[in-house]
Design a protein around this ligand. Sequence first.
Ligand code: PBG
Length: 341
Amino acid sequence: MNSERESERHIELGARRPRRLRRTPALRGLVRETVVRPEQLVLPIFLVDGPGARREPIEAMPGVARHTLASAAELAREAADLGVVSFALFPRIDDALKTPDGAESRNPDNLVCRALRALRKAVPGACLVADVALDPFSSHGHDGIVVSGEVHNDLTVAALCDQARVQAEAGADIVAPSDMMDGRVGAIRRALDAAGLEHAAILSYCAKYASAFYGPFRAALDSAPVDAPDIPRDKTTYQMDPANVREAFIEAALDVAEGADLLMVKPALPYLDVLARLRDAVDVPLAAYHVSGEYAMLRAAAERGWADYDRCLAESLTSIRRAGADVIFTYGALDFARRLR
Ligand code: PBG
């Protein structure tokens, strides 16, 4: 009894003083639990058709632009020099090529497929990720095919299989279905294997929420759902309800059973709880998408002098890794890598 009180007193006096290990940069470095390395980052690249090396700034995403193929190749080489060697491609499709069924998405010579070939040439060792979903290609802006006012699951899945196949044939290392249709991972796996593309991996956007944080991305690609009769106003019948976390386990179990090689949580910072809990539930690598709205908030605050962009970015990426992400998609990949230099 007496000695217990004695040791309590000892603790009060500071036998454990956590500040001891925070005293110098060397001590802090020694016990740092989480690191972010450039090779864990995926840089999303927005594409636009056209000649030469041209870049079009995106208003709501300062520092990010749409790139022609030649400009995208330059960007990829610059990234590779900084250690960022993974790229996710998102096309701004000409309005004239957009149709209700998004047929251009299955064209083996579409902007994404041409970009895959150009980037493979520019950075042969790159990891190229192609987004599988119809929204950049559909005239109504939905990720799938709309029938009688609803996004039709199984017709969409068939279209996504063809899209994934042309992307893998064009050199995508990873196809990443971001559409949230049911059953698409298994169907895409079978379609890839049947085409002799067993090597192509599937990164499933597994817990993708119907989020307002995608706003700047949709402006960049002009891909927001249109306001028209018989077109759903939003994506809430396929993307997840931000209020739900148990549902993410259902999605994860299905995607893993269907053959997903990696899973994604998206957005990132508002959903760190989902990431942390999925980390404990599955063994496949987890990715998180630090999305356009998250990036835009940092830039906007920094522009007003209200926050330090580089430090907020580094802290965001560290937190996303700490919560359990192996891989982070972020528009700040090059900014982060540059600051490490
Ligand atoms: C669509 C897609 C979206 C993003 C990636 N793929 C937007 C959406 O679902 O409407 C958003 C990425 C971002 O905001 O940075 N398939």
